[in-house]
Design a binder for this molecule. Structure first.
Ligand code: ATP
Length: 416
């Protein structure tokens, strides 16, 4: 496949819904009428050239500004649902999401720092800021040049040869997150990392520690969201990069097996669970170090602490031998995700008890509320909560089946 041989309109038709295809044509027409240019770019074009349906629709606007994007969204009958200070916009048109970025140039003042960004540049400048040749192509959507592909770094050739290649030698020193991206793409797409790029990975991998934890976290989460997460992590481990992110992550067969069977569904919860699984074997000091380094939020940190506490607990307590109220007492204070993470590492009997807790015990309510206990003669104060807890535990163990039985028990306590 070379540029001239690709029947691009056929590809676009195959890989995009008719609605999106028509929308893109309209976007190109509108932009051209307003003396600007619009391109389909990045991973979106890469996926189309690979005959895959792209996850996102990414467009780059040249010679246009936020007014033009605003007018375009009105023309399409949609609205801008997100706008960042970096000249990026998210448009929603009839349930379709389109990402538009003004063509931009990035200048790195020091390796690993966030780049200075300027807009008002050419499509070539915009392509030069990107990570790999296969992501550094643009397809024109303007009617006059519709379907023309701009491919300054021979990305099509690298797609044909299944190659991940950086577009200049400073790429990884400018932005070491690209090292993690190279490995992710190589496994996801089943591409080889070209030799020169691989040697640059080895040269600059220690620079990963110079990136902000926030950016490492984002790339790590992208890796964990991939179906082939365990293979990517194994490759990172082989290249001694995992150790740079966090020493002592022990990617054993159990973790690989859990990762291989994991079905990613809910973004935030699943991110929490996947990170918890990844660092399950770390001790609490390393967990806190990792969490602080990656600027994980307080919910993440609470989940990871809980995970570690439950892990210790399950080593000391045989959950499968406990009665329901004791299971409840052991687990009630822990976050759901932390319990789920531990479930992945538990045997079948313990899993059954965890399921019982999560599906039934956790949401059981005391048979009497505070008012009902006061009505039985209790004085308002801590005793109310104590009686409610006692009644709840009796209910969990099947010793109280209805309100009348609960009232009898409560009255017995009050009369003691
Ligand atoms: P995916 O298929 O995982 O979404 P993508 O290629 O769409 O991959 P994004 O992370 O959404 O990736 O980024 C969109 C585009 O922005 C990429 O294709 C690439 O051209 C560019 N890009 C993203 N991150 C970087 C980076 N760190 N350095 C250079 N270019 C980048």
């Amino acid at each position: 496949m070379n540029n001239s041989k690709i029947n691009i309109s056929k590809r676009l038709n195959e890989c995009l819904s008719t609605q999106i295809f028509d929308l893109l044509i309209k976007c190109g027409e509108f932009t051209e009428r307003n003396s600007a240019s619009l391109f389909l770019v990045g991973g979106c074009l890469r996926d189309i050239l690979l005959n895959k349906r792209p996850k996102d629709i990414d467009l780059t606007l040249v010679n246009g500004d936020s007014n033009l994007v605003q007018n375009l969204s009105e023309y399409l009958g949609g609205k801008i649902i997100f706008k960042s200070q970096f000249f990026t916009y998210k448009l929603k048109v009839n349930n379709n999401i389109i990402d538009i970025t003004e063509a931009r140039k990035e200048v790195y003042s020091s390796p690993g720092s966030l780049p200075k960004i300027t807009s008002k540049c050419s499509i070539d400048d915009d392509l030069y800021r990107r990570d790999f040749t296969i992501n550094s192509m643009a397809l024109s959507l303007n009617p006059a040049s519709l379907g023309n592909i701009i491919d300054p770094f021979n990305g099509i050739n690298d797609i044909n040869n299944k190659n991940i290649r950086i577009i200049h030698d400073n790429s990884f020193s400018d932005d070491p997150t690209r090292i993690l991206r190279a490995i992710r793409y190589s496994i996801r797409l089943n591409f080889n990392i070209d030799n020169q790029t691989l040697s640059k990975i080895n040269e600059f991998k220690s620079n990963i520690n110079s990136i902000t934890g926030f950016r490492i976290k984002n790339e790590l989460i992208k890796i964990l969201r991939e179906d082939s997460r365990s293979k990517i992590l194994l490759y990172l481990d082989t290249l001694k990069i995992l150790d740079i992110i966090q020493p002592n992550i022990n990617l054993n067969t159990k973790i690989n097996e859990i990762f291989d069977n994991f079905q990613f569904k809910d973004e935030y919860i699943d991110d929490l669970i996947l990170i918890g699984i990844l660092i399950y074997n770390l001790n609490i000091q390393n967990i806190i170090y990792f969490a602080e380094k990656l600027y994980l939020d307080s919910i993440f940190i609470k989940t990871l602490r809980d995970t570690n506490e439950i892990k210790q607990l399950l080593q000391n307590v045989k959950l499968d031998k406990l009665k329901n109220s004791s299971i409840y007492k052991q687990l009630y204070k822990y976050k759901y995700e932390a319990i789920i993470i531990n479930r992945y590492f538990s045997n079948e009997n313990v899993c059954q008890k965890i399921d019982l807790y999560l599906n039934k015990l956790k949401d059981t309510i005391p048979p009497l509320n505070g008012k009902e206990i006061i009505a039985l003669g209790a004085k308002p104060g801590p005793i109310i909560k104590e009686i409610m807890d006692y009644l709840l535990h009796e209910k969990l163990d099947g010793n109280i089946k209805n309100k009348d039985q609960a009232k009898i028990k409560a009255t017995q306590i009050l009369n003691k």
